[in-house]
Design a protein around this ligand. Sequence first.
Ligand code: SF4
Ligand code: SF4
Length: 173
Amino acid sequence: MPEAIERARALLEEITPLAEDCGQVCDGRCCQATAESVGMLLFPGEEALPMDEGFRLQPAEGGGTLLTCAGHCDRALRPLACRMFPLFPYVGEDGRVRAVYDPRGWRLCPLVRECAHVPLQREFVRAVRRAGRILMEDPACAAFLRQNSAEIRELDRLTGLGEERPPIARRRP
Ligand code: SF4
Ligand code: SF4
């Protein structure tokens, strides 16, 4: 497993989007099997990590590996995508890494839909951005981030959501 993934995962070991458990608001939707949630895409090489016994791996449609789970897991083993959700370390066309709301989580996550009204913890936003910068040091992870960022850009272009979404979480008033 690339060392960059280990470092990125460690940054997001404890910090969460809100100070309180956001799963209490939505009943932990991102951990449930629903029509909107098809699983989490692993970062390149992440599949080599120790797995929770409820994890299942399968090839993802667009390439890479998709992890599905039993709806609960040993927190220490959760993949990077779960640690960063609902943000993603977006790589702009200028190569700059920013933490942005992932438009692919719009249907699933109330924090994405209510981003204008529910600020996230600044430490969480910073940790996602820092994780992205670390991941850019690894060529395979950098390619993965660029590919996903292009997808996010295209979705934003099609839906216009990028215009409405602040690029990073806001400060608490
Ligand atoms: S769907 Fe969003 S609000 Fe609900 S638990 Fe997941 S990250 Fe939190
Ligand atoms: S792996 Fe864990 S954190 Fe990720 S969706 Fe499944 S139960 Fe939730």
